[in-house]
Write a protein of this length. Structure first.
Length: 518
């Protein structure tokens, strides 16, 4: 007789951390005090979606209806995973996605673009009115269209989730949110071990000799001029090889063309790198992220896409190859590397654009407010930009929109283009600790091992050690066994070889230009 199949046990909800409990309590206390739209800022990696899932679970248990809104496909998928963890049934409103439980479910997880199209603009869909609306990346919600969407459910309470409660356009978050709660900061989560510490390499201290002092502080106009006119400092690939070889990293370029060129440059030096942008087809984008998650791809370059909804705790290097005046974007980019993971001790930030000097460190204390400079009003007379036409190089069809030809399926790929950089090296700032004696001894043993493998002369390893640490190694270390070189040593050696080749090329060009050659 066949034994009956064992009953499936409901999933066990994750145990909330102490500050996540505090966040739930603060939201419920805000509601009890009469607030209807609290904004909850919490650093990337702090578990905002975990908190949202717990609030949704509680609301559904009392018969409520919830709408969860997210601006990107990846964030919708993230919310779905957290709701699966707590055993809540939900429907999905996302183009091309499985609808799951459909509109009958008490919880709907929706893409903002999808629901704006179906509910607000085309009126093709009528949702049962929710009594709670949770908005992910809530700083993006302060637009006229999203305000109109939220106004469809005036009786519903709202919760706004964000890691960066500020907008670069100056709009006031208080236009949609009525109180701000902050259960934890980057500094407190790092001290508690929930985020990893960050080490920064950036420009040497900028030359502020020409900046006037006004009312006891730098003149802002002069400071802007100094910080905005400098190009990127240092070669991106060479710097990564010197400081972060062996780590998985994400690189933010100045444009799609720049990000494409950077991926090509990494691959030329033997680093598995790929590029992704908003125009990458959905399936190809998912496949790229999957390869990055498994380690098949080591470096992911992009212009902006990976700043949102990208969750890979093993990522431990963030490369800023784009300047930005936006504190919001800066913190979003840094946040990609702050999550904890097994064996991960820190995150390295390689700042080629001087962003650290403008915006400070991730763990700096910041006072968030709901104030702003701009009202939420449409710009009168602003024309709708026309979409540029594309021509397929294979079948010569002409169309607008997606990057895939509708006639033959040919996929257009963006061309790469590097931006101007200054020769120079980044320096560590912010009080990072130098490697201890044991780490240096291991480094030297691996340099000696590399010299053995390549047949280099005696003394090569010692001179390379001096290049790295500024002093020769202790003589007794030469009696210790050699070690096979690891990724960090191999990457650093390769970076020095690239730098030497570039100097040789530059000197040859200079000699030819001045006519001083033999």
């Amino acid at each position: 007789m066949t034994a009956p199949a064992p009953a499936l046990l409901p999933p066990t909800p994750p145990v909330l951390r102490d500050y996540q409990h505090d966040a739930v309590s603060q939201i419920e206390a805000a509601w009890a005090a009469g607030y209807r739209a609290p904004l909850l800022p919490l650093p990337t990696g702090g578990g905002k979606t975990v908190i949202a899932a717990e609030l949704i679970r509680r609301r559904v248990a009392t018969g409520g209806r919830v709408l969860f809104l997210a601006p990107r496909r990846e964030l919708v998928a993230q919310a779905m995973r957290k709701l699966d963890d707590v055993g809540v049934e939900y429907g999905v409103l996302l183009a091309g996605a499985d609808q799951r439980a459909g509109l009958a479910a008490r919880v709907q997880v929706a893409s903002v673009d999808t629901i704006v199209s179906r509910v607000l603009r085309r009126s093709r869909l009528t949702l049962p009115p929710p009594d709670l609306v949770i908005v992910d990346e809530a700083h993006l919600s302060v637009t006229l269209t999203r305000q109109r969407l939220l106004d469809l459910w005036p009786a519903a309470r709202r919760i706004g989730l964000t890691a960066t409660p500020t907008r670069k356009d100056g709009r006031a978050l208080g236009l949609l949110w009525d109180t701000i709660l902050e259960p934890a900061t980057t500094a407190t989560l790092t001290a508690a071990g929930y985020l990893v510490p960050v080490r920064y390499w950036s420009w040497p201290t900028p030359d502020l000799g020409g900046v006037r002092v006004t009312a006891g502080d730098f003149n802002l106009a002069d400071l802007e001029l100094v910080m905005n006119q400098a190009p990127l400092l240092g070669d991106v690939v060479e710097t990564w090889l010197a400081h972060a070889a062996g780590r998985r990293g994400v690189v933010f370029g100045t444009s799609i063309a720049h990000a494409v060129a950077l991926a090509e440059a990494f691959r030329r030096h033997g680093v598995a790198a790929e590029h992704v942008d908003a125009g990458t087809p959905t399936a190809a984008r998912a496949a790229t992220f999957a390869r990055f998650a498994t380690g098949a791809t080591q470096v992911l370059t992009n212009c902006f896409l990976a700043a949102y909804g990208f969750d890979l705790p093993a990522l431990s290097c963030v490369v800023l190859a784009r300047p930005t005046r936006s504190l919001m974007l800066y913190l979003q980019m840094l946040g990609r590397g702050l999550r904890i993971a097994p064996g991960k001790t820190d995150c390295i930030v390689l700042d080629h654009a001087g962003c650290v000097h403008r915006h400070g460190f991730a763990a700096d204390e910041r006072r968030w407010t709901l104030d702003g400079r701009m009202a939420l009003e449409p710009t009168p007379g602003r024309p709708t930009p026309e979409r540029a036409a594309k021509e397929c190089p294979k079948c010569h069809a002409v169309w607008t929109g997606a990057a895939t030809c509708p006639e033959c399926g040919y996929e257009l790929r963006p061309a790469g283009r590097m931006v101007r950089t200054l020769a120079g090296e980044l320096v560590e700032i912010g009080g990072g600790e130098s490697p201890d004696v044991q780490d240096r001894a291991v480094w030297y043993a691996e340099l000696r091992g590399h010299a053995e493998q390549r047949g280099y002369r005696n003394g090569w390893a010692a001179h390379k050690y001096r290049d790295r640490f500024g002093t020769f190694p202790p003589w007794p270390w030469n009696d210790a066994p050699t070690a096979a070189p690891g990724p960090a040593v191999l990457g650093w050696v390769k970076s020095r070889n690239i730098a030497w080749a570039r100097r040789l090329q530059s000197n040859t060009a200079a000699t030819a230009a001045t006519g001083t050659g033999a």
